[in-house]
Design a protein around this ligand. Sequence first.
Ligand SMILES: [Zn+2]
Length: 250
Amino acid sequence: MTQQQIDPASNGLELITEVPERAMVVFAHPDDAEIGAGATAAKWAKLGCVVTYVQCTTGSSGSNDRSMTSEAIVPIRAAEQRAAADTIGVRDIEVLDHPDGWLDPDRVFLEELVRVIRKHRPDVVFAHDPERYSGFNHRDHRAVGITTKDAIYPYARDHLHFPHQVDKEGLEPWKVKHLLMWGTDQPNVIVDVTDSLETKIEALFKHKSQVGGLATNTDVATRLRTRATESAEGFDFKFAERFRRITARQ
Ligand SMILES: [Zn+2]
């Protein structure tokens, strides 16, 4: 199967201009949030949206350095993620502390995501697209995508799911309006990130252990600019991020 060619002019990609009050980015590993939705998150944060990060694993397997251990890489990646979040304009990071590579779309993980959604009450949630078929899709990414989708509908919304959160933890059910998924084969919305792409790149370079420790890694920056330019094709702005959006019935 060849990858579907998207022609924005004919394919009806909808331009998102509305900025929500609160947004949440749910991601598997430190740096996924910046790669997936960093420019949109930075743009919205600057315009007053409260953006919360939910980091589902510690990133304990994320190193190509054979002398690196999981114990050593975890605090490094935590500090890098904090610095990247600061650059994007994100205050709160919820870390769910699963080991890297061990995420399952099970009830434990589901309950954790329902809790953070009920706690932070985002209008829009970003996550990995679990249904990408055009290449390898990390098991943790699939687990985050599936479980986030389930957590939004129906679990966070309905009070009889995880009722102890409502009865004992003081949380209320919450309806997320939109789920926006990155890394998708089938984008249906687009965001103009011309003014925030450089912030995304700057944030990504905070993940020094992942981008080779080079603060001026021009290859990575060039690749990101090229991809963002391609994403904006057919529109009258320079850089874009694309997502697959699904909207909950109200
Ligand atoms: Zn990842």
